[in-house]
Write a protein that binds this ligand. Structure first.
Ligand code: IMP
Ligand code: MG
Length: 183
């Protein structure tokens, strides 16, 4: 794909994200209160900023592990095929698991990951997604906790990329192309 020209319009400010992360962490802390075996599983790479902020707001003993599943290439379309590129380091049988994802879009990624992890028989498995695009869903998937429901826009920032760029933006913005799309 040829690089197209685009600008990024802010959609959710860093301040709004921080407030929402704090509220999510309060709910998650209440839900898992008393656990001594919570494993927070970040889906690489898009969740790395979110999980870093979220775990620091959790008032629970946590372990952190990562899983890398790939459904997107470098483009903007889901391939609908989910591959596990990097598996967890630890065992989750009998443990409480919180999967942390950046965006639920078609739902294929989380659907697949959930099935994979449930087969390992965790005590509990919940999902926290920062963003949700409900209008794009192709397979049923509802996260236990969602940060923000957003319209069908391609977004970047706060860990989320477009062709591996813009993950380091502190806010979430939408990509707006400034060329005619013919590139
Ligand atoms: P799903 O399998 O279609 O639900 O795709 C979820 C994954 O697609 C997310 O974890 C993101 O990595 C990626 N994705 C979906 N929407 C966007 C977007 O607007 N910007 C960047 N990545 C996205
Ligand atoms: Mg992802």
């Amino acid at each position: 794909m040829t690089q197209r020209a685009y600008v990024i319009d802010q959609m959710i400010s860093a301040k709004a994200i921080a407030a929402r992360v704090e509220a999510l962490a309060r709910d998650i802390t209440t839900h898992f209160k008393g656990t001594d075996k919570l494993v927070v599983v970040g889906l690489l790479r898009g969740s790395f900023v979110f999980i870093a902020d979220l775990v620091r707001e959790l008032d629970l003993p946590v372990e952190v592990d990562f899983l890398e599943a790939s459904s997107y290439g470098d483009g903007m379309q889901s391939s609908r095929e989910v591959r596990i590129l990097k598996d967890l380091r630890g065992e989750i049988a009998g443990r409480d698991v919180l999967v942390v994802e950046d965006i639920v879009d078609t739902g294929f990624t989380l659907h697949h990951v959930k099935k994979l992890l449930e087969a390992r028989e965790p005590a509990r498995l919940e999902i926290c997604a920062l963003l949700d695009k409900p209008s794009r869903r192709e397979v049923p998937m509802t996260a236990t906790w969602t940060g923000f429901a957003i319209p069908d826009e391609f977004v970047v920032g706060y860990g989320i990329d477009f062709a591996q760029r813009n993950r380091n933006l502190p806010f979430i913005g939408k990509v707006r192309f400034t060329d005619d799309g013919a590139a």
